[in-house]
Design a protein. Sequence first.
Length: 200
Amino acid sequence: MKTIFGKKADMSDIAYRDLSAYRYEVFVNRLGWPLDCPVGQEQDQFDRVDTEYVLASQDDGSLCGCARLLPTDRPYLLGEVFPVLMHGQPLPADATVWEVSRFATWASSANRADADANDCINPISNSNGLDTEGDLMRTRLLAHAVLERAAELGAKRLITVSPYGMERLLRRVGVDARRSGPPVMWGGQLLIACWIDVPA
């Protein structure tokens, strides 16, 4: 697995369409999110010209992971959609605090013998899909690639909207994560805002 970093302007039109199609497959088809997006292409208002992406690909070039990084001194998912998860604490609005969203690892069954329909990891779904060493390895590599890129961007901390079990999962793959407060029921699942320290 290899990882690449960049903005939309750094990608070819085909590469960006592939990312949007990958996100649609993971978040809409497999995880069932009711997102307002065109069939086959998942994008939202936070996919801007300044948005940073971390992409993971397999040896054949097919995507097997993605994440999105947004600075909190501009609009971001937690601040615009999920502020209740901060329980009255100030929302981050600092160039040294970035949000990670649309984090997922999934390899299609065309490229993996052990892939199945629920084999996805992401911050606002059930924390499933770590049944094999390959799943755990992909999640660890993508998470640490996100931390690497965040450090390059000047981030000291990350924040993300996460399911109740994601704090423990992140720690399992070596990421220093902690919740900002008690979980909140949202859309049938318990969610937390999760802080992640970015190593210097």
